[in-house]
Design a protein around this ligand. Structure first.
Ligand code: SAM
Length: 150
C-alpha cells in the first residue's frame, strides 16, 4: 500500500533540551541512568504542565531529533554492508525522528527539569514528558476496555 500524501502532524515544541553534547558522534547512543545531569527547559505556557512531575522518579521524555535524515528505509548501523529495516532499529534516522528515553528526575528548578538519561544534542527540541508507565496508575476511572483480555 502506498503512503498517503504527507500531512502536518501539528507538533508543538514545548521546550528545549540542554545537554553537554554538540556533536552527534560524541552523544551517547542510548542514555544511561548514571549519565550526566541535563536540563529540560520548558517553554510557557507549559511550565504549569510540570505540576506533579516531582512525584515520579522516572519520566518518559520524547524529543525531536531535528538533524536526522528522514528518508532511510534500510540502514547499516555497523557500516559493514549488512542492513536492517528502520523500524527494527532505534536509529535517529526515521520518517518521523522522534527520540524517547526514560530519564531519571534529579530535580525541578521552576520551569526546568534536571534529568539523567539523555542521549540528544544540545538544543534538541522537546516534544513531551510523561510519567514512566511502570510508575503510573491511571487516575481517571477504568473503562470496559481495561478488562478485555485475549
Ligand atoms: N534514545 C532515543 C531513542 O531510542 O529513541 C534516541 C536514540 S538515537 C540512537 C541517539 C543518537 O541520535 C545519538 O547518539 C546521536 O548520534 C543522535 N542524535 C542525538 N540528538 C540528535 C538530534 N537532535 N538530531 C539528530 N540526531 C541526533
Amino acid at each position: 500500500m502506498a503512503a498517503p500524501p504527507p500531512q502536518d502532524a501539528g507538533l508543538v515544541f514545548s521546550g528545549v533540551i540542554r545537554t553537554p553534547w554538540t556533536s552527534r558522534l560524541m552523544t551517547p547512543r542510548m542514555g544511561r541512568a548514571d549519565g550526566p545531569v541535563c536540563r529540560i527547559e520548558v517553554y510557557e505556557p507549559w511550565r504549569e504542565a510540570l505540576s506533579g512531575v516531582e512525584k515520579f522518579e522516572r519520566l518518559e521524555v520524547l524529543y525531536w531529533l531535528h538533524l536526522s535524515r528522514r528518508d532511510l528505509v534500510r540502514q547499516s548501523p555497523a557500516n559493514d554492508g549488512s542492513t536492517r529495516g528502520t523500524f527494527a532499529l532505534r536509529s535517529p534516522a526515521r520518517p518521523n525522528p522522534i527520540g524517547t528515553t526514560i530519564a531519571t528526575l534529579a530535580g525541578v528548578e521552576g520551569s526546568t527539569l534536571l534529568v539523567r538519561g539523555m542521549d540528544c544534542l544540545d538544543g534538541t527540541p522537546l516534544l513531551d514528558i510523561k510519567p514512566d508507565r511502570t510508575l503510573f496508575q491511571p487516575i481517571a476511572p477504568p473503562q470496559p476496555g481495561d478488562f478485555e483480555t485475549g
